[in-house]
Design a protein around this ligand. Structure first.
Ligand SMILES: NC(=O)c1ccc[n+]([C@@H]2O[C@H](COP(=O)([O-])OP(=O)(O)OC[C@H]3O[C@@H](n4cnc5c(N)ncnc54)[C@H](O)[C@@H]3O)[C@@H](O)[C@H]2O)c1
Ligand SMILES: [Zn+2]
Ligand SMILES: [Zn+2]
Length: 338
């Protein structure tokens, strides 16, 4: 079968690989139909993801059809369309025992620590395969995984109805967070430097859009909220400056959620955190959010289609990567179709 492999940083290509087969009674064999290209796949390709191990079949946003099931499998059957939850965890460490298996001490992410979805077939444990309704197209279903990031981060930020929520960044993640926060009934302000992405945000229901290259976002959010500040600020830009702005712009009793993997320190004083009693939460991947997101997809409560900007066939991988590298601002979610 064909697979797309990053053999070492900067080198990607299609290889021939043996078909995987079911090894235990609780596994399922899936024929992959579509995968999304994510910023973190690009980081693995560029050699800037310290967690990646090479050579690697990348991809953690993938969906497909169940083609074979192990003898103990009961939640899915042959022919079912499924989205794959890409995390493997120990089930025993403190995080796992706390229902937070996304930060398991021994966490492995498919497409990062072990082979992922850029291949024709994959075998996963039954609990990682989440069935969705047949009316959802393969490319739309690719967005289930990015929306689980939004489910997790809005949960970490305890987004409530009528909260003022400030989303920094209108990339694929910021736009998923926006839709999720709107679904939860929040009033949403979103910033970006790119006017096209802000336009998409507006179409997806953003109450206020801010061009961070042209206006002082802290001042604008303060004005919109009549001096209160945002009750929840979610940083989907993830640079030192946005973290600093988040602490400044978040209201008393507010929550800040950071999603970044940067190692450069931000300059953040204790006073605003103590004085406003801010909660600052990290959000990584997701825990137990696939069923909730699949349910929202089944009900057509979210708009995944608006986030898909380009489609390529798998043998056009180099073309897809070139597009993202050279014209990133013109892309949103790029999907590979098998
Ligand atoms: N923690 C997690 O589980 C998780 C999962 C996925 C992605 N991420 C992280 O989330 C971030 C966003 O992901 P993405 O795929 O949407 O990335 P992206 O690069 O496509 O989007 C970032 C957006 O921020 C905008 N931007 C840049 N500087 C800005 C500023 N000063 N103010 C406002 N907007 C600004 C850019 O124009 C861009 O549209 C990345 O850092 C990624 O690593 C985290
Ligand atoms: Zn991703
Ligand atoms: Zn664990």
């Amino acid at each position: 079968m064909k697979a797309i492999m990053v053999t070492e940083p900067g080198k990607i290509g299609i290889i021939e690989k043996d078909m995987p087969s079911i090894q235990s009674a609780n596994e399922v064999l899936i024929k992959i139909k579509a995968v999304g290209i994510c910023g973190s796949d690009m980081h693995i390709y560029h050699g800037t993801n310290p967690m990646a191990v090479y050579p690697r079949v990348i991809g953690h946003e993938f969906v497909g059809e169940v083609v074979e099931i192990g003898s103990n499998v009961s939640s899915v059957k042959v022919g079912d369309p499924v989205s794959v939850e890409p995390i493997i965890y120990c089930g025993e460490c403190y995080a796992c025992r706390s229902g937070r298996q996304n930060v398991c001490e021994k966490l492995e992410v498919m497409g990062v620590h072990r082979d992922g979805g850029f291949q024709e077939y994959v075998v996963v444990p039954e609990k990682n395969a989440h069935k969705f309704d047949a009316h959802i197209s393969w490319e739309e279903a690719v967005m289930i995984e990015p929306f689980t990031i939004a489910a997790q981060s809005t949960w970490r930020g305890d987004v409530r109805k009528d909260d003022y929520v400030f989303i920094m960044g209108a990339g694929p993640i910021g736009l998923c967070v926006l839709q999720y926060a709107k679904y939860k009934g929040a009033i949403c302000i979103i910033s970006d430097l790119d006017v096209d992405r802000l336009e998409i945000a507006k179409e997806l229901g953003a109450d206020y859009i801010l061009n961070a290259g042209r206006v002082d976002v802290v001042k604008e959010v303060m004005e919109i909220t009549k001096g209160m500040g945002a009750n929840v600020t979610l940083d989907a830009v993830c640079i030192t400056k946005t973290f600093e702005q988040a602490v400044e712009v978040t209201s008393v009793a507010g929550r800040i959620v950071v999603l970044g993997f940067g190692v450069e320190p931000s300059k953040i004083p204790q006073l605003p955190i103590t004085k406003k009693e801010l909660t600052i939460a990290g959000s990584r991947l997701q825990a137990n959010k696939f069923p909730e997101v699949v349910e929202l997809f089944n009900k057509k409560a979210l708009n995944p289609k608006a986030l898909i900007s380009h489609r390529f066939k798998i043998d056009e991988i180099e073309k897809a990567i070139k597009l993202i590298e050279t014209q990133e601002e013109k892309t949103c979610k790029v999907v590979l179709i098998f």
